[in-house]
Structure formats: structure tokens, C-alpha cells
Design a protein around this ligand. Structure first.
Ligand SMILES: Cc1cc2nc3c(=O)[nH]c(=O)nc-3n(C[C@H](O)[C@H](O)[C@H](O)COP(=O)(O)O)c2cc1C
Length: 316
């Protein structure tokens, strides 16, 4: 729903494929519709968020709070899958004219961005991202519950909801989940993929975690914030490199999502300048910006003051 004309969070670029739309909520029928929207917009998969601990999500029973309502969690998976299979059979025909219009507007914008909507006859996978429990580790019970509805993939963050992001991720629990899922695959012929998540700080560490846990892969969150070179096994080495990427990211944000959504960029700007001398005041200015031009001005001035670098180094 919402007031915006477009689904701004569902805008993407071809270069991001395979790209998965993630949904959070607690109403099975909304998941049905959202899955159909994801299909219509050309996504390569739909992921259900059963891992978010944030108050605005979990306090209403969505995200990681679904661990407490296992029957509802399964129903949500089934309705998401039904959304995908019905889309294949009947296409996208929502009752709501408003929703139809919003999807059309979003598709127009995606076309403008060069997205080609892919093969409409391909059934996209439905996956789940979750945690090991609500307030205690119930990996086996919870994963066992999810396997009953055969998700195509499960990503497990090795913490409970209660832990938020504190302590360390329990990769032992992830390894136990991998074992359970692989055994279930053998017994049932299902092909559920399992991915581990939590506290990975480098590409090499990801590879070690994958080998040790026997997972099919790993997801990385915080280590990528402000460091898009992560997946190449590289880092942004100095202030100038970081500023150039931060500015490029800002212009892309504006181009793809428009000035109205520039607030989404603010957290990224704070991450890009983390750790530099004088970062606190720089961060304070950057988190108030509303356009890439403003970011350019602030970063140029900072390079001028701190490094004596002239105005031309940062360009669009
Ligand atoms: C600011 C922030 C936003 C996040 N947003 C999402 C989200 O929208 N969906 C999701 O599945 N996980 C989200 N996560 C969780 C991460 O995907 C990941 O599970 C968690 O940070 C642990 O992995 P890490 O140690 O590699 O960061 C978010 C985490 C943070 C810190």
C-alpha cells in the first residue's frame, strides 16, 4: 500500500541479477499478492523475512517474531508459493486498480532503467531468511517446522531474536541446521538450499565458514556496509577512494529512486566515512543531505580542508 507512486524498494538494475525481492509481514494473503508483484516485476526469487528483530517489524508479529507462531509461518510460505504458481498459470490480475497502477508505474521505471523482465514462464524460488530461535536456540524444532513446507532455500543467521546483533553468531547451530536440511533432502527428494549468516568480516572468512559448516553458501550483512568491494575480496583503501564511491552511489541512488528517496542514502554515507579522522562531524553533515550535489559539496570541502586536494577530484 503506502502513499508512494512506485514500489521504490523494488527498483533494481539488470547488473544485480540474480535479484531477490524480500517481503516482511504477517498476513498470508498479502504475501500471496506480494509474490505476484515480485513475479510481475521480473525478480529471480521471493524471500520471506523471518529474521528481522527490529521493534517496528517484530512487535506486530512479523520478521523474527514469526518464530513464535510456527503455524502462521508455514501458512505464509504456502501462500507465497501459491502466489508464484498462480502467476504462472493466470498472470497478474489483482482486484485493486490502485495496486495495478502502482505495479505498472514501477514497471515503466524499471524499463527506463534498462531492466528486461526475463522469462515469465519460469517458476521463481521461494526462500526464507531467519534466526535460530526467539529467545533460545531452537534450531532443530524451527528448521524442522519450515521444512514441512519445502522452501527452496533457508538462510540462517546464527542468533536468536533476543540477541539482536549482540554476542556472536553461533555457527555450530548453523552446522546443525545444515545437517538436518541435507538429511531431509536425502529422505524426501526435496532440494532445499541452506546458507549461513553472521559475523563474516571478509570474503575469505566466508569461504572458511562455508567449508566448515558444509552450507551451500553464506550471506554477508554489516561487513558490506560502506564497502561494496567486499565481494571482490577488496576494501576501499583510503578517504579518496571511499569518497568517490560514496558519491557515485549517491548519484545512482538519485537516478534510480529519485530525490524523494534520498533519505535512504544517509545511512550508507555514514558507513562510507566510518573510521576516518574527523568522521563524527562529517557524518553529522552527511546524514542531513537530500541530494547527490549536496554530498559532493560536503565531500569536496572535506578533501580540500584535510588533504589540500583541489575541487576537481570528485566528479559525477
Ligand atoms: C541496518 C541493518 C539492516 C538490515 N536489514 C535487513 C533486511 O532488510 N532483511 C534481512 O533479511 N536482514 C537484514 N539485516 C540483517 C542482516 O542481513 C544479517 O542477517 C545480520 O546483520 C547478520 O549478518 P552480518 O553479521 O554479516 O551483518 C539487517 C541488518 C542491519 C544491521
Amino acid at each position: 500500500m503506502g502513499q508512494k507512486k512506485l514500489f521504490v524498494d523494488f527498483l533494481y538494475h539488470e547488473i544485480e541479477r540474480p535479484i531477490v525481492a524480500q517481503i516482511y509481514g504477517k498476513e498470508p494473503e498479502y504475501f500471496y499478492t506480494a509474490a505476484q508483484v515480485a513475479c510481475e516485476l521480473g525478480f529471480d526469487g521471493v524471500d520471506i523475512n523471518m529474521g528481522c528483530p527490529a521493534k517496528n517489524v517484530a512487535s506486530s508479529g512479523s520478521g523474527a517474531a514469526l518464530i513464535k507462531t510456527p503455524d502462521l509461518a508455514r501458512e505464509i510460505v504456502l501462500m507465497t508459493k501459491k502466489g508464484v504458481t498462480d502467476f504462472l498459470e493466470k498472470g497478474f490480475n489483482p482486484d485493486s486498480a490502485k495496486l495495478k497502477r502502482k505495479v505498472e508505474e514501477t514497471k515503466n521505471k524499471l524499463s527506463e532503467l534498462g531492466v528486461n523482465f526475463g522469462d515469465k514462464n519460469k517458476q521463481i524460488p521461494v526462500s526464507i531468511k531467519t534466526r535460530i530461535g526467539y529467545d533460545s536456540d531452537i534450531t532443530e524444532e524451527w528448521i524442522g517446522n519450515l521444512l514441512k513446507v519445502s522452501p527452496d532455500a533457508i538462510t540462517l543467521h546464527g542468533r536468536t531474536l533476543k540477541q539482536l546483533y549482540g554476542g556472536s553468531a553461533n555457527w555450530g547451530s548453523i552446522a546443525r541446521a545444515v545437517e538436518l536440511i541435507k538429511r531431509n533432502n536425502l529422505e524426501t527428494g526435496q532440494e532445499t538450499i541452506v546458507l549461513g549468516n553472521g559475523d563474516i568480516s571478509s570474503r575469505n572468512e566466508a569461504l572458511t565458514r562455508i567449508t566448515e559448516s558444509k552450507a551451500d553458501g553464506a550471506l554477508v550483512g554489516r561487513a558490506v556496509f560502506g564497502n561494496p568491494m567486499f565481494f571482490k575480496g577488496e576494501n576501499l583503501n583510503n578517504k579518496i577512494e571511499a569518497f568517490k564511491i560514496a558519491l557515485e552511489h549517491s548519484y545512482l541512488q538519485e537516478k534510480v529512486k529519485g530525490k524523494d528517496s534520498f533519505v535512504q542514502m544517509r545511512k550508507h554515507l555514514a558507513w562510507y566515512v566510518k573510521g576516518f579522522a574527523g568522521a563524527a562531524s562529517l557524518r553529522a553533515s552527511l546524514v542531513r543531505t537530500s541530494s547527490a550535489e549536496e554530498v559532493k559539496q560536503i565531500l569536496t570541502e572535506e578533501l580540500n580542508n584535510s588533504e589540500g586536494i583541489d575541487n576537481s577530484i570528485l566528479t559525477e
